[in-house]
Design a protein around this ligand. Structure first.
Ligand code: ADP
Length: 344
């Protein structure tokens, strides 16, 4: 690890140690709006309420304990009240080179896991050709309510397992294929962002359609993504496809937060995707075993990450922590996400 990256991690760990509202990891990634450091001078913007002087002092003290820190400048940015342009601080895409590798499963568990860690999380099921997430969250028959926000009619996301969900599955009839291209697709995407009352979100997880075809590419280009998580199984052939997804993100300047190896075990093998990630200089985010209970959890509508069976939940929980850290690193090393803009 480079010195710079190591220092970034040390800063994040120091901030995370600050107690806020009785919670030990009060200043986790979702509270850090921007972070820079240079020659021991640390500058950060924290998303906190106006009366948080004590928290800021505690953060300063924690940072100054790092031996190489010589100057700390912290400022507070108050979270903005929800408006038409709902503030969404981070947008993470979950992608795969092909279908059936567990992309939606990872998206659901990532979102539910981040929500369980206290972040305000939305999940957008943008896999318009096979919207499976309502079922995975046990809300297959739910319908989003229409609400009026600042005089404008909007769709309220469906709430499930502590997160806000919007899916094409709510607006198209089950079992009917969706044949959408170009402008129609673009219109639907726009509506998902502009006509859904997401409110304030620390993180929106977007389940992209599989592959690198038109739909995935349009989404990658039009949604202002903070980063992407690529899911692959350990098989050689799946990795060839995942490589195309990596290439798509590189070409569209979307930072790849890392790779998840899913369905790892005796059937498809182990470690293949992560070795490959290393060769591609992409961070490994975790290994999820092939486990019939994960499949069952999806069918029953309760994400595995929330399961009481520790051995089932643990790999997903580790993945959630790894993604949170990768996102914080990304936000520390690059300017905050561009304001969300959909080209017309
Ligand atoms: P994708 O979104 O890539 O098409 P899904 O998430 O829909 O894939 O997963 C495809 C199927 O595989 C689903 O039935 C899901 O429950 C199952 N599945 C996903 N990951 C695992 C796993 N780690 N162990 C067992 N079954 C899994």
């Amino acid at each position: 690890m480079s010195d710079r990256r190591q220092r970034t991690d040390e800063i994040l760990a120091a901030l995370k140690s600050v107690v806020l509202n009785g919670e030990a990891d009060g200043l986790a990634a979702g509270r850090i709006r921007s972070l820079t450091h240079c020659d021991g001078a640390v500058k950060a913007e924290l998303l906190l309420d106006a009366d948080s002087a004590a928290t800021v002092r505690a953060a300063e003290t924690a940072l100054k304990k790092l031996p190489w820190v010589r100057d700390v400048r912290l400022s507070v940015v108050e979270p903005i009240a929800p408006t038409d342009q709902s503030p969404i601080r981070n947008i993470i895409a979950v992608a795969s080179g092909k279908g059936g590798v567990g992309k939606s499963t990872v998206a659901v568990n990532l979102a539910a896991g981040l929500a369980a860690r206290g972040l305000a999380v939305g999940l957008l099921d943008a896999d318009i050709y096979g919207p499976s997430i309502p079922m995975m969250l046990g809300v297959r028959t739910a319908k989003p309510a229409v609400v009026t926000v600042n005089g404008k009619q909007m769709l309220a996301p469906v709430e499930a397992h502590g997160l806000k969900l919007m899916s094409m599955g709510f607006v198209v009839e089950e079992g009917k294929p969706v044949i959408w291209r170009g402008p129609m697709l673009h219109g639907a995407l726009r509506q998902f962002f502009q006509d859904v009352a997401w409110g304030e979100l620390d993180c929106l997880v977007v389940d992209l359609p599989p592959g690198t075809g038109d739909v995935a590419l349009t989404m990658t280009q039009t949604i202002s993504l903070s980063g992407a998580v690529v899911v692959s199984t350990p098989q050689q052939v799946a990795m060839l496809d995942a490589k195309k997804a990596l290439q798509m993100f590189r070409e569209t300047n979307v930072p790849v937060l890392g790779i998840v190896e899913n369905m790892s075990g005796s059937v498809f093998g182990t470690g293949g995707a992560l070795n490959w990630a290393e060769a591609e200089d992409v961070a490994p985010l975790g290994t999820i075993p092939l486990d019939a209970r994960t499949c069952g959890a999806g069918d029953e509508g309760v994400p595995a990450v929330l399961s009481k069976a520790e051995d089932l939940a643990r790999p997903f929980q580790k993945l959630v922590v790894a993604v949170e850290a990768a996102l914080a690193r990304r936000n520390a090393e690059q300017p905050a996400r561009r304001a969300l803009k959909l080209q017309s």
